[in-house]
Design a protein around this ligand. Sequence first.
Ligand code: ADP
Ligand code: MG
Length: 140
Amino acid sequence: MAIERTLSIIKPDAVRRNLTGAIVARFESGGLRVAAQKRMRLSLAQAQAFYAVHAARPFFSSLCTFMSSGPVVVQVLEGENAVLRNREIMGATDPAKAAPGTIRKDFAESIEANSVHGSDAADTAAKEISFFFSELEIVG
Ligand code: ADP
Ligand code: MG
């Protein structure tokens, strides 16, 4: 299996509730390694740029306001099939549909405030990682 990297964000709802350690523990026990990590507060413009692919969706404005409403933890996760593995550990976008034992099932507040972001494919992972990190900041 291929060692991959993926971009993960612990969203403002989870940081606000002091859940960053509990969430990182899910990734680590699920076989992924934190290869880069920083706490930051996104401006509205940065959130809009990051989620530009969703600009036409009805929830875009609310999503960007939410993502810039408080600190986030942005991280690179590394491991075997990291993109898919991260999505499995996160669970479905809508916590009501997320499988038992997933982060979103256990921690999400709503379909919007769903505690974590994860890249959805290898090419988007590469783009999203370079949005936040330089190669020098990533140590697997
Ligand atoms: P995922 O984060 O699972 O990849 P999407 O890429 O489809 O999901 O959506 C990006 C983010 O937009 C979601 O994580 C969630 O925060 C928000 N979102 C998605 N669908 C909705 C919706 N129907 N209503 C409100 N917010 C949504
Ligand atoms: Mg997505």
